[in-house]
Ligand binder design. Structure first.
Ligand SMILES: Nc1ncnc2c1ncn2[C@@H]1O[C@H](COP(=O)(O)OP(=O)(O)OP(=O)(O)O)[C@@H](O)[C@H]1O
Length: 275
């Protein structure tokens, strides 16, 4: 569905004499429909730049090859919007419905279809009943749901989420996370940048970046896997594993072998019960 082959991005500094700085290097990745990809890395590792590149907002000078396959063929060149930490920065309408209508107009959707598509998208994120509420009065989580509705309205082939829960309280974070999980289960691919590792679920694919390069691309369980001599990738990158994973590591240290590494409290309980 989406393929990046040997992509690199360099940024020019203010000093013309200096060599451009490499932000992304040797990026090879392929995203299939329906995948959930957690994009992880320390501050400045290149996560947002990679997302911007995929979305079509080029940061700096890019080389390599980015191919959307036929994902955009029927969408007349519509690109994928990014849902950011503070979505109001990219909202142009005074209300959710107005915001989506403007977005659809800008994307060349026919007039008679606009109202229905805007309403459908808001309904899918549970925001239709607040469609006419001024954007400034919405909570952070509600604004995120409007931003996600915007992606659905323009039929984005992938949801690009740049730390969408970073500014939200735990309850709103779970709500937004659950909505996007549900959309993902319906078949839409998601790339989800996060520093909150407890948002990972069994079966998620993790792509970890370090200094602009992919240093891990595999299942979440592999991201936490420890081998005898080596720490996990998670630890090597300086992240603290979620409490559940640390508990599983402690159990293993004490000779309690689990069939698979649990990522949620419920999975931990099941893994212990099954022994
Ligand atoms: N246009 C630009 N010009 C110069 N440097 C840039 C530019 N865009 C990004 N960078 C640099 O590239 C590096 C990667 O930035 P990016 O925002 O992609 O990282 P990130 O992993 O998303 O970080 P964070 O977790 O802090 O959001 C940083 O060092 C940043 O300063």
């Amino acid at each position: 569905m989406l393929q990046l082959t040997d992509v690199a991005v360099r940024a020019f500094t203010a000093n013309e004499q200096e060599e451009p700085v490499a932000i992304l290097k040797n990026i090879h990745m392929r995203v299939e429909q329906g995948e959930w990809i957690a994009l992880i890395g320390r501050n400045g590792s290149g996560k947002s730049t990679l997302l911007k590149l995929i979305a079509g907002f080029q940061a700096g000078e890019a080389s390599g090859f980015l191919d959307w396959g036929d994902a955009l063929a029927s969408r007349s060149g519509i690109k994928a919007p990014i849902v950011m930490q503070q979505p109001e920065a990219s909202m142009v309408g005074a209300t959710p419905i107005e915001d989506l209508i403007i977005m659809l107009e800008q994307n060349g959707v026919k007039g008679e279809l606009i109202a229905e598509q805007a309403a459908n998208a808001l309904a899918r994120t549970g925001m239709l009943d607040r469609g006419h509420q001024p954007v400034g009065t919405l909570s952070g989580g509600q604004k995120q749901r409007v931003a996600i509705a915007g992606c659905l309205a323009v039929d984005a082939p992938i949801l690009l989420m740049d730390e969408p829960t970073a500014m939200l309280d735990p309850e709103a974070s779970i709500y937004v996370h659950d909505i996007v999980r549900k959309l993902n289960r319906s078949g839409i691919a998601v790339i989800w940048i996060t520093q909150k590792l407890d948002e990972l679920r069994e079966g998620d694919r993790v792509i970890a970046l370090e200094q602009g390069e992919i240093v891990f691309d595999g299942a979440a369980e592999g991201f936490y896997a420890r081998s005898r001599a080596m720490d996990s990738v998670c630890e090597r990158l300086g992240f603290e594993a979620p409490y559940v994973v640390q508990t599983a590591w402690e159990l293993e240290k004490h000779g309690v072998e689990l069939a698979s590494l649990p990522l949620t409290p419920a999975a931990l309980a099941k893994a212990v019960q099954r022994r």
